[in-house]
Structure formats: structure tokens, C-alpha cells
Design a protein around this ligand. Structure first.
Ligand code: PEP
Length: 245
């Protein structure tokens, strides 16, 4: 099995019910085949978006708790996301790692919760600008992969997103050579550790837009993108999906 292509949108803390119009627009114009499409809206919209998008695109959460239920005010369990219609959940996004001090071990525990519930974990890794400048990128990515992905990961339940922290929301992107170097390392590490690691989908994320998508998708081992800002409007996300299809 070859890695599946995936165009994933991360709406972050953006959007109210009115924004679901974008889903209608996107769904009306989706290529009929070629890649999977996923949108991860704020938790408040997961249920309504799932109903609206039914059968056309997948819907996911942006985080889940490692536990199944209990006294965790403000958190959301994987089962609750699934109950609302989610099939995926983003875990270990750099904004969670920074804003909520999430560690690799916590990301791994959350990923296990996702697997146990039947959600696909979209696990994010990425170096800071200081780490890249210090020549530490490959070591940082190796350590994050080792610590954030639990045993039991398969090509069916896990997608990995390489998101350099300095490229998220900045309009800056790594060179194709830099993306290729990290993706080759990820493919090598995953293939060495998991029986079907060669088939796991590897996404690039960080300032992907219609004008740079095709070039990024031509990079070896890039099987799609995790897109923030440009996933909010169908007029931007549509051409990115088309470039991947
Ligand atoms: C992201 O939020 O995962 C992301 C990549 O954001 P942006 O596309 O806006 O850089």
C-alpha cells in the first residue's frame, strides 16, 4: 500500500457556525478522487461540520485528552470527538506544545487514546528557528518522532506532519531541499520502527498556499499538507487540494 495523500486543514481557534458555508463551497468543487480531505475545526463545530460534510470530507479535532472521561475541565475526550463525527485528531501541534507545555510523552498518551477510540492521530513535529540555526533539526525531529509516536502506530491510524515552528503562520517556508531532508529522515525512522512505516502518510505544514503547494507536493516523501490559514477559505484550500490530487 502506498501512503495515502491527505490535504488537512487546521482552523485553529477560528470560525463560528457561519463559517460552515466554506464547507459547502469546498464540497461543491472537490476533485472526485486523488486525495483525502480533512478539516479540523474548533470543537464547537465538529458536530455541525460532520453533518454538513457527510461523505464528502473528513472532520477532525485539534486535540484530545489522554483519559477517556473525568474531572478535566475544558478538555475533550477522543470518544467525545468521535461521537460528534470526527475521524481524526491533530495531536502535538506546536501551538499546543508551546501554549500548554505539552511534552512528547503526553502526545504519545493522547495518540494511544485516539487509537483506542478509532481516531486517526495526526501527530505534529517540528523544530524552532533557534534549533534549525543551531543545526539541531534532524536530532529534534528524531527525538520528537521517538517520543510522540506510541507503539501500535500503523499507516492506518497515524499521519505525521512535519511543521517547522518558524514556518507556521509566518509566510516563510523551508527550501524544498530542507523539506526533503526532514521527510527522508522521517520515512527512514518510521520504516525502521513500524512494520508499515513506509506506508504512513507524511504531511508538510507551514505557510502552504495555492502558489507554493504544487512545488511542495513534488518533494519526495511529501504525501500532503497540514494547512492553517489557507484552509479557512474554500477559494484558497480548493486549489491546494487540486494541486495534490
Ligand atoms: C498549522 O496551523 O498547522 C499551519 C501550518 O498553519 P499555517 O498554514 O497558517 O502556517
Amino acid at each position: 500500500m502506498a501512503p495515502r495523500k491527505l490535504a488537512a486543514g487546521n482552523w485553529k481557534m477560528n470560525g463560528t457556525f457561519a463559517a460552515l458555508d466554506q464547507i459547502d463551497r469546498l464540497a461543491a468543487d472537490l476533485p472526485t478522487s486523488g486525495c483525502d480531505v480533512l478539516i479540523c475545526p474548533p470543537a464547537t463545530l465538529v458536530h455541525a461540520m460532520s453533518a454538513r460534510a457527510a461523505g464528502k470530507l473528513a472532520v477532525g479535532g485539534q486535540d484530545c485528552h489522554a483519559k477517556t472521561s473525568g474531572a478535566h475541565t475544558g478538555d475533550i475526550a477522543a470518544e467525545q470527538l468521535k461521537d460528534a463525527g470526527a475521524t481524526h485528531v491533530i495531536l502535538g501541534h506546536s501551538e499546543r506544545r508551546t501554549d500548554h507545555a505539552e511534552t512528547d510523552a503526553q502526545v504519545a498518551a493522547k495518540s494511544l487514546a485516539a487509537y483506542e477510540t478509532g481516531l486517526v492521530a495526526v501527530i505534529c513535529v517540528g523544530e524552532t528557528e533557534a534549533q534549525r540555526d543551531a543545526g539541531e533539526t534532524l536530532d529534534v525531529i528524531s527525538a520528537q518522532l521517538a517520543g510522540s509516536i506510541p507503539e501500535g502506530a500503523t499507516a492506518a491510524n497515524t499521519v505525521i506532519a512535519y511543521e517547522p515552528v518558524w514556518a507556521i503562520g509566518t509566510g516563510r517556508t523551508p527550501t524544498n531541499e530542507q523539506i526533503a531532508e526532514v521527510h527522508a529522515l522521517m520515512r527512514e525512522r518510521l520504516s525502521a520502527r513500524f512494520p508499515d512505516g513506509a506506508d504512513m502518510s507524511l504531511l508538510y505544514g507551514g505557510s502552504v498556499k495555492p502558489s507554493n503547494a504544487a512545488e511542495i507536493f513534488a518533494t519526495p516523501h511529501v504525501n500532503g499538507a497540514l494547512v492553517g490559514g489557507a484552509s479557512l477559505k474554500a477559494a484558497d484550500f480548493g486549489p491546494i487540494i487540486t494541486a495534490l490530487s
